[in-house]
Design a protein around this ligand. Structure first.
Ligand SMILES: Nc1nc2c(c(=O)[nH]1)N[C@H]1C(S)=C(S)[C@@H](COP(=O)(O)O)O[C@H]1N2
Ligand SMILES: [Mo]
Length: 368
């Protein structure tokens, strides 16, 4: 009997049931999040950064690998890895977050990678500014977009594809957009895009195309699957929806005290507990963080670390909490210089994108 891609590929769907499926469990086991205690580090140590991989990690021989830069350019260029490393290099510290972070808390639940809040990490990316490569090829300044193609291949909702995303030309030409070949000072790991990935500071993760093999300058807005079908905020399945672009503000607490193994419930001792966390946004700098220790009824300003010259990375905050015996619910909420903040309720959409609802951390304060 013949079988078609449409038969083996899962449709886009929302699940009114309470429990996640084994398909979602399999995705969650492949694509791990940051252990929340690792929010303590300014730069996420290698291996603790979250991962999101749609298909398989491609096996790439760096000696044979080439990047092609073509489309609306004066001259189509190909680069080997050593040639790219001879171009000007720059390091940028970037907080990256998956657009689906927060999805698993939505009701009904969009069926996909079931992130709670842990799809975030901060890395020091080193590479050549994309604009250098576009200038070398003579990209047409009147072009609309630049399309980035990865070496990974799969099928999604019945559509066979290479992973591809585009950026408007003006975004592609920003100084801090990189073709990165190093992460935290080491060659990219296979799971993070070896040998080369795009890094677009401020944008949700889907824009940072891994395992880059081709860059194409185009005259019309790109309409590939990951641009016009996936990564759109939709309430109805058949509406065009709004594209997901820059990271909305979010603050997360380092889980205080110590955890229960299974439930992850937190235990602290009575007395002064220094709460700490990280806050970020790709839309405007985070300007304040407020903390609640009573389930969001009252809020007090946290102390924000001074800006440290890394405008695309998260900011640390601290808060002194006088913990008394009993049950408590802790929360943190980020606000940007634009007055952009985090909602109390869930911003539901079919894909489960951009759910930056305020986090609630239940804590039991128990005398030893
Ligand atoms: N080629 C390719 N690039 C990709 C992806 C992918 O599946 N294939 N996943 C994207 C998504 S959805 C995210 S959130 C980030 C995750 O990057 P990381 O795994 O290095 O944290 O990579 C993006 N780049
Ligand atoms: Mo993502």
């Amino acid at each position: 009997m013949d079988v078609t891609l449409a038969e083996i590929s899962s449709p886009g769907r929302v699940d009114p049931g309470a429990g996640i499926t084994t398909e979602e469990l399999a995705l969650a086991a492949r694509n791990h999040g940051i252990p929340l205690e690792a929010l303590r580090y300014d730069v996420t140590p290698l291996g603790l950064h979250y991962l999101l991989i749609h298909y398989d990690i491609p096996l790439i021989d760096p000696a044979a690998w080439r990047l092609t830069v073509g489309g609306l350019v004066g001259k189509t260029l190909t680069f080997g890895l050593a040639e790219l490393k001879e171009l000007p290099r720059r390091t940028v510290r970037v907080t990256m977050e998956c657009a689906g972070n927060g999805r698993a808390r939505l009701e009904p639940r969009p069926v996909s990678q079931p992130w709670l809040v842990e799809a975030v990490g901060t890395a020091e990316w080193t590479g050549v500014p994309l604009r250098e490569v576009l200038a070398a090829a003579g990209a047409d300044p009147a072009a609309a977009e630049v399309v980035f193609t990865g070496a990974d291949h799969g099928v999604e909702r019945g559509v066979e594809q290479d992973y591809q995303r585009s950026l408007p030309l003006a975004e592609a030409l920003r100084d801090e957009v990189l073709l990165a070949y190093e992460m935290n000072g080491l060659p990219l790991a296979p799971q993070h895009g070896f040998p080369l990935r795009l890094v677009v500071p401020g944008w949700y993760g889907m824009a940072h195309v891994k395992w880059l093999r081709e860059i194409t300058v185009v005259a019309e807005p790109f309409t590939g699957f990951q641009q016009s079908v996936a990564y759109r905020v939709r309430h109805e399945p058949d509406e065009p929806g709004d594209p997901v672009t820059r990271i909305h503000p979010r603050a997360l607490l380092v889980p205080p005290g110590f955890p229960d193994f299974m439930s992850r419930a937190r235990v602290v001792r009575p007395g002064t507990v220094t709460l700490e966390g990280r806050a970020w946004s790709g839309r405007a700098p985070v300007e304040r963080v407020d903390v609640s220790v009573d389930g969001g009824r009252t809020w007090s300003p946290a102390t924000l670390a001074e800006p440290d010259g890394h405008p695309w990375a998260w900011r640390r905050f601290t808060f002194e909490w006088a913990a008394s015996p009993g049950r408590h619910v802790l929360s943190a909420r980020a606000t940007t210089a634009n007055g952009d903040s985090q909602p109390e309720g869930q911003a539901w959409n079919r894909g489960g994108f951009v759910n930056n609802a305020v986090q609630h951390v239940p804590v039991a304060c128990i005398a030893s």
